[in-house]
Design a protein around this ligand. Structure first.
Ligand code: AP5
Ligand code: MG
Length: 197
């Protein structure tokens, strides 16, 4: 059983790679961004609260995403493992995830961090803007803010997982297939008996 965090700045390829990894390792893919966008489409109370925050490229409150994740862990308690995408994004979220997983007799096996240069991130997001329909993709100032918020609030998680011996850095530039292969090589090295539950 493995539980993975796929990590990286906006446009790093988390969602793209998560689709392949979830299938290859039979994991439940939990993207808080996707869940929040579904809440917005459905016009729920959470969606209404999150809409403007996402539009500006800021983070929604920790309590909101932690509750969404808790609900998903409950719903899928018998799963083989989870692949967290876009979560955790702050130190309090990472601490909450660790606490929640203990409750389910699981833990984070590894944090896979996709490293991609800023110019490439911006190019990928702007390229996607034409088709994604995402409110946070089309405005350059919002894209810059998302990257800034990542640097300030989310990048410190590298240190959090490094201290736990779970941080894995992966070159996130190249073709989608090349990056999937690098991720799989890295997953094959995870000491599952020690860390993965
Ligand atoms: P979220 O949906 O998580 O967005 P993000 O982190 O900004 O990242 P993206 O989804 O834009 O990029 P990605 O890394 O998944 O890359 P992708 O595979 O799509 O969050 C959105 C918002 O929701 C946040 O700003 C925040 O407001 C809120 N939120 C979500 N989670 C939260 C949390 N935990 N706490 C608080 N707030 C939260 O790839 C990008 C593009 O590049 C695609 O078009 C793809 O086709 C292309 N691409 C992928 N790989 C390659 C490659 N190798 N070469 C060329 N192109 C590629
Ligand atoms: Mg994504």
């Amino acid at each position: 059983m493995i539980n993975l965090v796929i990590f990286g700045p906006p446009g790093a390829g988390k969602g793209t790679q998560a689709t392949y990894l979830a299938e290859a390792y039979n994991l439940i893919h939990l993207s808080t961004g996707d869940i929040l966008r579904e809440e917005i489409s459905a016009g729920t109370k959470i969606g209404l609260m999150a809409k403007d925050i996402i539009c500006r490229g800021e983070l929604v409150p920790d309590s909101m995403v932690i509750e969404l994740i808790q609900h998903q862990l409950d719903k899928n308690h018998a799963a083989n493992g989870f692949l967290f995408d876009g979560f955790p994004r702050t130190v309090p979220q990472a601490e909450a995830l660790d606490t929640l997983l203990v409750h389910y007799k699981r833990n984070v096996s590894a944090m896979l961090s996709l490293e991609v240069g800023k110019e490439q991130l911006i190019a990928r997001i702007m390229n996607r803007a034409a088709t994604s329909g995402r409110s946070d993709d089309s405005d350059r100032a919002v894209i810059d803010n998302r990257i800034e918020v990542y640097n300030q609030k989310t990048a410190p998680l590298i240190n959090y997982y490094q201290k736990a011996g779970k941080y894995e850095s992966i070159n996130g530039e190249g073709t989608v297939e090349e990056i999937t292969a690098r991720l799989k090589e890295c997953i094959a090295r995870i000491p599952q008996n020690k860390n993965g539950r």
